[in-house]
Design a protein around this ligand. Structure first.
Ligand code: IPD
Ligand code: CA
Ligand code: CA
Length: 265
């Protein structure tokens, strides 16, 4: 696999950790998978989520013992204002796919310094797609520089969304916007892995991404991927927050204003 030259020690460490954890997930995928539930609807976890997360954290700690972590299964290991690098980790993004033996999921790892994501790695084990981005250095897929698509019109766009399931409790999880996208002629997809969708948007495979109720580990690495491939990403209606969920619109540079108008209905 070709890699961009001159990766920082943070990016190299994240890449090594992701490749190591991928072995656990690939092996686990072949087994019968024991599923547990977490609070909330359709919120599942497997032993492989935990094993992958432990592997990633210990691999990073080996290199950087003083760094801090915000990881999906083990939570926070840091003060509100971390002095050190904060790693934001989703050890298996796409657990529902994994449980159903659908090989579409990733490992997503980002490093943040003073509220800014400085590097991100997203790895899809079954297709061997390794996405790496570094602040001001671009985003790469297996060593090839990424650029978002140039699709101009919603009617031609392929948009990644998640389907609403609790519209009553969370009106922003509205089906109205999905209806509007459909009426405007867009093709909609739910890949079941938000980090993979963001990476595919960065790679120009998708044209836009609109998802709600995403945790920081779902979007952290992907956000930098989008910014480094000349895409545009907006947290809506509130700005991002590491302590709660967010709604995100991300697009190529062309579609942002029109799609923003649609979702603000
Ligand atoms: C989920 C996936 C999915 C998104 C959900 C996330 P998980 O992450 O990213 O695409 O729609 O909101 O929770 O639970 O598989 O890590
Ligand atoms: Ca996730
Ligand atoms: Ca996860």
């Amino acid at each position: 696999m070709n890699l961009p030259l001159g990766l920082s020690s943070l990016a190299l460490t994240a890449k090594e950790a992701a490749l190591e954890a991928a072995k656990i997930l690939k092996n686990g995928f072949k087994q019968s998978i024991k599923v547990s539930t977490k609070p909330g609807r359709q919120n599942y976890v497997t032993e492989y989520d935990n094993q992958s997360e432990n592997c990633i954290i210990s691999s990073i700690k080996n290199q950087f013992p003083s760094h801090q972590f915000l990881a999906e299964e083990s939570g926070l290991s840091y003060q509100i204002e971390p002095e050190e690098v904060l790693w934001i980790i989703d050890p298996l993004d796409g657990t529902t796919n994994f449980i159903h033996h659908i090989p579409i999921f990733t490992i997503s790892i980002a490093a943040m310094i003073k509220q800014e994501i400085v590097c991100g790695v997203i790895y899809q084990p079954f297709t061997n797609e390794l996405f790496i981005s570094e602040k001001n250095q671009g985003a790469y897929l297996n060593g090839k520089k990424l650029q978002v698509s140039s699709t101009k019109f919603i009617k031609d766009a392929l948009i990644s969304i998640n389907f609403p399931y609790d519209v009553k409790d969370h009106p922003i999880f509205s089906i109205e916007q999905l209806r509007e996208f459909t009426l405007l002629g867009a093709s909609l997809r739910n890949l079941g892995s938000s980090s993979l969708a963001l990476a595919y948007l960065a790679a120009g495979k998708l044209d836009a991404f609109w998802m709600n109720h995403l945790y920081p580990w779902d979007w952290a690495a992907g956000k930098l991927m989008i910014e480094e491939s000349q895409g545009k990403l907006t947290f809506y209606p509130e700005k991002e927050n590491l302590f709660t969920t967010s709604t995100i619109l991300a697009t190529n540079s062309q579609l942002h204003p029109e799609l923003l108008k649609c979702i603000k209905h």
